[in-house]
Design a protein around this ligand. Sequence first.
Ligand code: HDE
Length: 711
Amino acid sequence: MPHRNRPAGKAPASKANAAHPANAGAVDAKSQSLETFRAHADGEALRTNQGVKIADNQNSLRAGPRGPTLLEDFIMREKITHFDHERIPERIVHARGSAAHGYFQVYESQARLTRADFLQDPAKTTPVYVRFSTVQGPRGSADTVRDVRGFATKFYTDEGNFDLVGNNVPVFFIQDAIKFPDFVHAVKPEAPDEMPTGGTAHDTFWDFVSLVPESAHTVIWAMSDRAIPKSLRTMEGFGVHTFRLIDAKGHARFVKWHWRPVLGSYSLVWDEAQKIAGKDPDFHRRDLWEAIERGDYPEYELGVQIIEEADEHKFGFDLLDPTKLIPEELVPVQLIGKMTLNRNPDNFFAETEQVAFHPGHIVPGIDFSNDPLLQGRLFSYTDTQISRLGGPNFHEIPINRPVCPFQNNQRDAMHRQTINVGQASYEPNSVGEGWPKETPPKDGGFESYQERMDGAKVRVRSESFADHFSQATMFYQSMSEPEKAHILAAYSFELGKVKRTEIRERVVNEILVNIDADLAAQVAKALGLSKPKAGRKPGKPHPASSPALSLLNRVKPGIATRKIALLSAPGADGATLKQLRDAFAKEGATALLIAPTLEPIDGLAPDATLAGMPSVMFDAVFIPGGEKAAQALVQSGDARHFVNEAFKHLKAIAAVDTGRLLLAAAQLPDHADGVVQGDAADLKRVIDAFIEAAGQHRIWSRAALAESVPA
Ligand code: HDE
């Protein structure tokens, strides 16, 4: 049906994408495979699903102008019936998500580790589709809630799809899949009133985790800044479980997967995260979409930690235990390739909503470990798609199809798209000359790693999974002072929302005391509880701390892709505003002109009003000055609030000339770190100092001072 389709080879890439060299290669593999399924209405007549042209799409068929509607109206019935069934069940967890297309390239052949085809040739680009998500909230919930984030990547390799279905924290709340429904029921909004949406600050979550000490390590990650990421573009990803890599000789090694954003990793501060949830619930989705449209393609390096099988037991914890991470200080992360996200989806439902990830989608050269959480996941992901996507043929949905052939003898079932030709739907067969045929492993057929198994059939938790606190202690000890303060504040905030005192007490006395006595004491104080009793003897993590875990060690210099507010008003000098825009653009940042109204400023149209794009949407603020402009800003409550909030959220601020009046009007301290001031003649110096300060992401040395400023 050629009328439905865009002419071959003309993928609807955005302007920025069309120019990208990657579109000539790998991305086109998936893009072209989607091409058959894309429908474009340009120049087309409106028709029914049966192809009949529609003459009137405004009025249903009636018995007289004021009479009842006739059942005969097949056009209206078809339209409404289809509409009535437009929704499918959202994902049980990870319902809220945003995704993008891109490609992956390995830096050099990894043949020494794996035979996986997409990790052999640096010239090869493999198409990918990545979906980021929150865990707890429904599809329409806010992006910036405190939660673990999903980071799921589908590699469309020439040997089949490989899904790396990870999270933005390297550990998980439970050790055994059989506890997953319990955990999810506890974390989801509460049964009687379906509250709260998107967060863990409620009784059932804290009840569960207070009774399940194996959750302690992941809970402290969830209470850290990792759970309020600044952007999906700057978020780390982790495969969590230990997997295996298998080389061409069949030799296996353990592997932990990592994604490292090239721009570094950053978080929001809690007050900012909460405000953004109201001011722009689509904050992360918008940021990802706009960056790709601008041509600021998010990039992530793929990292591996490799452990020889002989070293399996040398860590003091079990590699099969998903509540443990391998400190980078013990096993360095080798960066082996890079993923670039360079194309936004065409259709949210068709692609992002219908994409079906599965940790069991692996390719030759990759295999599983016996992590009991992973083993359960291997069952769950196909099972959930069968009800969510309406049957076992979800692999035929365009976004889920491999780019390589996938012939087999499976047939029929709900929503079958393929018209299988021929008599043979079984194997062996002679009527189809035996096709499709098996492929021996040496020619690329998948062969499971022949791990030796010898054990009694038991329901037990291995003793080697028993230490639940040492790594939680290590994580806390690895944090900088501001990060520790945020963890304390997060436990205090969340537990403050818990109604049952006994649950709060249990978290402090059964969990926190075993992580850090001081943290436990401070949380107890914040909750008005009596001093906690002494905990167990603290575990001895090795190493005692892992600096790689602190986000402050993940900051990369520069302001590339950051958003800067130019706070101004009519009366300001257009040439100066342009000069500032250019100076920041040169560093890869975007400066937006923000003013009390949209009235042009010396010929320049403001990008948004102070109320429309408040300070929480920006990384830094620059106030260029101009007599009349400064007066207008000083008199604007929104403008005073804007700088005030930027100061409180530890963002770089610059004020030039009369722009400085706004700082005074907002009652900011005269001198503070990261607040750059100067005369008009000094503009160049102020710009340079501001860029330097904004490059630090947040001015942590200002934290104590910021406490005293009214919000
Ligand atoms: Fe998932 N998980 N999960 N999970 N998970 C789902 O699959 C499940 C776990 C993760 O963007 C579901 O398609 C079980 C760990 C991501 O579409 C479901 C267990 C990790 C996504 C499911 C886990 C994850 C999911 C819901 C414990 C990090 C979103 C809808 C044994 C390594 C993927 C769906 C996307 C989604 C089951 C634990 C990551 C129900 C049973 C650990 C990123 O199948």
